[in-house]
Structure formats: C-alpha cells, structure tokens
Write a protein that binds this ligand. Structure first.
Ligand SMILES: Cc1cc2nc3c(=O)[nH]c(=O)nc-3n(C[C@H](O)[C@H](O)[C@H](O)COP(=O)(O)OP(=O)(O)OC[C@H]3O[C@@H](n4cnc5c(N)ncnc54)[C@H](O)[C@@H]3O)c2cc1C
Length: 576
C-alpha cells in the first residue's frame, strides 16, 4: 500500500484543501492530481506518487493539512512509492512556449553546460551562483573582464561612493550650525577616484572568488546566439562556440543617448561622470530623473555650478510630488538653475564650451556649458544578441518578453534584469536571477513579489515602495494616508535636518498597507520596513503597535501609521 502524504510545504505551515479529485475505487496514474491545496499565494495540485487504485481519501474540502499528513492510501500497480514535489498551477507559463526543432535539441550529453548565463551584473552573477549551488554545470559570460556589471563597475557602487564624498563635503559646511567650523575642504580628485576604484576592485574581486569557489566558469567575450542552444563568444578577435541546455540572458542596459548631440568628449554619460578627469566649473545635467539628480548632488558638492534641465513638468517624474518637493527645495539652493518643462533642442561645440539651445513653452534661448552630462534613461541591450533571429520575442526597444518565471517564448532561453524592462534596479535583477536559476534547475518556484522599492540617494534621499499616491488617485483606489513630518522627529532634529517626511498609504476599508514613501536622510534604508510590511500584508495596527527604538528615524514609520489611526501622541490632531 502506498501512502500519499503532504510534502514539505516550504514557507507554509498549513494549507487548505480546496478540491478532492479522487474517491475510493478510482484507478489513477502517477502524477494525476489527488487534491488541490491553496495557500495565500497560489493554488497547487498534489499529484499521486504512484499508479494504482485509491483505497481511501482521509481528508476533505476545507481541511487544513501540513507537512507529512496522510492524504490517501493507494494500492500501487508498480509498488513504487516515490515522492513527487507539488505542482503549482501558477507554474504554467502564460505565453505559448515554442518547441525547439530537432536540430536545436542535441542529446543532453552534447551540451557543454547545463546553463550559460550571459551578463555578469547583479542579475547574471546571482543567477549563475544560485544555479551552481543547485548542482548545475554553469558558465558565466561577460564582455568585461570584471564581474558585477553596471551596478558594481559604473552604477550603484561608484555613484554611492561619490555621494558619500559629497555628503562629507556638504556636512562639513552644515556643521557650522552646531558650532563646528571647518576650513574650506581640499579635494584630491585622483585620490577620491582611487578610493572609489578600490571599493569596486574589492567587490568585483570578491565575485571572482565566489565564482571560483562554486566552479562557475567565467568566460570573457561578447556573446551572440547562433541557435536556441548555441552561442558564439568573440574576445580579442577570437571566436568560440559553446552549447548549453539552457540560457539566462542578463545583458542589462546602457545609457540612452540623444541622437542630435555631437560627438564631443565634453559630453558625457553617467559612466564618464563617475570617472572625471577634473571637476568642471559648470555642467549641464540633461535629465531630472534619479541618476541626473544623484549626479547633481555629487557635482554641486564637488564645486561645479550645476544646471538641471528636465523635459517634463516634474523632477523624478512618476514619484509623488510631495516626496520630491523637499529635495527640489534643497537642490535649488545647491544648483545654479533647475529648468523644468524645458527641452534641449541642439548643442554646438565651440572653443568656449558647448553652446546649448533650449525650448521652454514658446521661448528659445541658449547657454554655454563646459560639460554636459546626459542622463535621459537607460536602453536595454537585448537587441545586441541576435535573439530575434532565433525567434525570441523582443520589442523595438530591446526589451525581452518573459512570463512570470522569466522564461521567454523559446523553451531554452530565460531573461532577467534590466533587459526585461522597468524598474531597472539592481535588487530587482538579482531577485529575478535567483528565481530564474531555481526554475532552470527544475524547482517549482515563481516570481511573487508584491513590491520593489526605489531609492534616489540624493540629499535628502527619496524612497518609495508599493503604490504611490498618484497611482492610487489614477486608479480610483479608496485609500487613506498617514504622514509624519520629520520636523517633529527628535532624531531628525539632532542630525540637523527637518525637511523629511514619512508617508504611509492604506486601503481605507481593510486598513492594510498598500504603499509608502519617505524623504529625508537614510530614507533608502528606512523604506525596507515598509516593503516588509507590504509583503507581510500588515495593517495599520501591526505597524503602529510595533515598538520602534527611540530616538531613531525609523520611529517615523510607526508614527505615520499612528497619524492614519488617530493614535499619535507626538503630534496633536484636532478632533473633527
Ligand atoms: C549611475 C547609475 C547608478 C545606479 N544606481 C543604482 C542604485 O543605487 N540602485 C539600484 O538598484 N540600481 C542602480 N542602478 C541601476 C543598476 O545598475 C542596474 O539596474 C543593474 O546593474 C542591472 O543589472 P543587470 O544584471 O540586469 O545588468 P547589468 O548590470 O547592466 O549587467 C549586464 C552585463 O552584461 C554584459 N553584456 C552586455 N552585452 C553582452 C554581450 N553581448 N555578451 C556578453 N556580455 C554582455 C555587460 O558587460 C554587463 O556586465 C544604477 C545605474 C547607473 C547607471
């Protein structure tokens, strides 16, 4: 007699039986569903582990079951009592998977690898390492010698190093208010760059070591697909072909360009801005998004006269304006000028600098700048790999189409990170990389995140997660909000700041948290609590009744919840 039992439920202690598919006397085949179980996140079929005749079923609809509980006894035809993992209904891809043709399917032994990961950024290296930990033979290919992609080499890490230096410079000026006066700081740019490069070296070198320890083969070269199971890698004029059973494409993105700008070394992108040869006396930053504003924070602190130009009517378009306002107020003091609703229409290089023409409403005007930094977004690298030639769905912007488990419409090819589109963030890429690696390794997992936090590491920082207030309004959600102004936070005042605020958004009827935003120093660290609250489906009391340490900025999260609940004691709200 074979006993069908509830297998390991992973994160869940208990699940509910929502359907029973067999009754006593039924003949069943191995893999046929016996029950459907439901968790908060998904419905799952529990398949039979044997073929045979059902002797009995000992659970019914509505029963709660947990790991190891007996479900049914089956008289096996084969006598084989193997355990099969649960199959999630969510595992089925939503788009049609195209089968590979015969020439694309050599015997498994003919593949060089189980998995080749293309691109060694935060998405790619996470995928390669996780797949290797799960037992696959993995190669990690990148056109650069150093691992870590944009994030480690020319993105998150170098920008945050420079932002830290900028903070020291700004803090040294602001310290006067607390009775400490510093002399004008001296900036040694080449030392600052070596310090930044050493941080990068430490991190990328660490990744190399982690790859070696895991036996992930790191291959340098530019990859293109020859077929659904084979790539060509070109490095220093030499070509090499490699086959793999599966691929994860994680080739990331590049700075978007403005095609009308001339080719001039004084016009740089974010990569150039993070490796400056000198601090320019003045710089025009085209683009008032996160990267443009982080660069404005850096260059204004270094001493450049900064002008920001933004095409739309708001800085950081898409972010709630009340979160951006305190930042804009401070940037206005630090920058020469911030021009919104303004378009750059041309740029002419000359000996004096770059003569830039702008259009604002129906006015046109021009100004000469020493440097221009173009920060107008990022462009996916997806269309550089020959993916369309092998039938992978990819749009005109190079964004690769994937379903929930990051599979493309071609069975052997998965894609993750910036190359599958917004939000283009490192933590999104690495989360996706791990899920994709688990799927490729045969695990029944899916991407099931409720929210991905975004952070601008400006001064003050701006961070948000879940639904924004603007989205709630646009979608007609019945939401409520609690705002705690940092001018009432003891901790904020002791660090010399009062402009911040913490805002929480709740579903008005269930009181569950649906989103939040913070502006103020360390907002990027603080937002994680709100992300966790959304993932954990917290309601306002869960947050308000969590005892936060005092005096900290983290208290403002609980106090924003109290503001919504009406239980705040640190402020006085007049009864209606
Ligand atoms: C200035 C700046 C600051 C940023 N700051 C932050 C931040 O603070 N927080 C945050 O979350 N995100 C930040 N980002 C965004 C973040 O860097 C990206 O979202 C993240 O790096 C994407 O990871 P990825 O793995 O998808 O790809 P990438 O990091 O872009 O890596 C892709 C890799 O693929 C390689 N590659 C490309 N084509 C090929 C090919 N044909 N063959 C072989 N290899 C190839 C590239 O060399 C690269 O190494 C920042 C970006 C910039 C530019």
């Amino acid at each position: 007699m074979a006993e069908i039992r509830i297998p390991d439920l992973g994160d869940f202690d208990e699940v509910v039986v929502v359907e029973v598919h067999v009754t006593e006397g039924d003949s069943i085949q191995e893999g046929d569903p016996i029950l459907t179980l439901e968790t908060e996140k998904a419905a799952m079929d529990l398949p039979s582990t044997v073929s045979g005749v059902v002797e009995n079923v000992v659970v019914g609809i509505g029963d709660k079951v947990s790991n190891g509980d007996l479900v049914s006894n089956v008289s096996p035809q084969t006598g084989q009592d193997s355990e099969i993992p649960m199959k999630s209904n969510d595992d089925e891809p939503e788009q049609q998977i195209e089968s590979s043709n015969a020439t694309d399917q050599p015997m498994q032994s003919e593949y060089d690898y189980d998995l080749i990961v293309l691109g060694a950024g935060p998405g790619g290296y996470a995928a390669a390492f996780r797949a290797s930990d799960l037992g696959l033979k993995v190669a990690l290919v990148d056109r650069n010698a150093d691992l870590g992609g944009v994030c480690l080499n020319v993105g998150c890490i170098p920008s945050k190093a420079f932002l830290h230096a900028a903070k020291i410079l700004d803090d040294s000026k602001e310290a006067e208010i607390s009775g400490i006066k510093f002399n004008e700081p001296e900036i040694d740019l080449s030392k600052m760059k070596s310090w930044k490069n050493n941080i990068i070296k430490g991190l990328t070198g660490g990744l190399k070591g982690l790859a070696q320890k895991r036996n992930v083969e790191v291959i340098q070269g530019t990859a293109t697909f020859l077929s659904k199971r084979e790539i060509e890698i070109i490095h220093e004029g030499k070509s090499k072909k490699m086959s793999s059973k599966q691929f994860i494409v994680a080739v990331g993105s590049e700075p978007a360009e403005l095609p009308f700008l001339p080719n001039d070394p004084r016009i740089i992108d974010s990569t150039g801005a993070l490796e400056p040869n000198e601090v320019p006396s003045n710089i025009l930053i085209i683009g008032g998004g996160i990267i443009g504003l982080e660069m404005s924070t850096i260059y204004s602190a270094l001493g450049s006269e900064v002008t920001i130009v933004e095409l739309t009517k708001d800085l950081m378009p898409g972010t709630d304006p009340d979160l951006v306002r305190p930042l804009e107020k401070i940037l206005k003091k630090k920058c020469k000028s911030i021009m919104k609703s303004t378009q750059v229409i041309s740029a002419e290089p000359s000996d004096q600098g770059i003569d830039v023409s702008f259009r604002q409403d129906d006015k046109e005007f021009s100004e000469i700048f020493q440097n221009i930094l173009v920060a107008v977004g990022r462009q996916s690298n997806g269309n550089l790999l020959g993916l369309d030639a092998i039938g992978v769905n990819i749009d005109e912007r190079g964004i690769i189409g994937v379903v929930q488990q990051f599979s493309t419409n071609v069975e052997s090819i998965f894609a993750i990170g910036d190359v599958i589109g917004d939000p283009m963030l490192a933590h999104k890429a690495s989360h996706e990389g791990k899920i994709a690696a688990e799927v490729v390794s045969g695990h029944k997992v899916t991407n099931d995140v409720r929210c991905i936090p975004s952070v601008a590491y400006t001064d003050p920082e701006v961070a948000w997660v879940g639904l924004s207030e603007e989205e709630c309004k646009a979608k007609g959600f019945d939401y409520g909000k609690g705002i705690f102004p940092w001018s009432a936070s003891g901790r904020s005042l002791t660090i010399g700041r009062n402009e911040g605020m913490t805002k929480l958004l709740f579903n008005k009827s269930t009181k569950k948290i649906i989103g939040g935003g913070i502006v103020g120093p360390n907002a990027g660290d603080l937002i994680a609590e709100i992300a966790l609250a959304i993932e954990m489906d917290c309601d306002v009391s869960d947050i308000a009744l969590t005892v936060h340490p005092h005096p900290t900025l983290s208290e403002t999260v609980a106090m924003a919840a109290e503001m919504f609940e009406g239980t705040i004691t640190d402020l006085y709200i007049k009864s209606p």
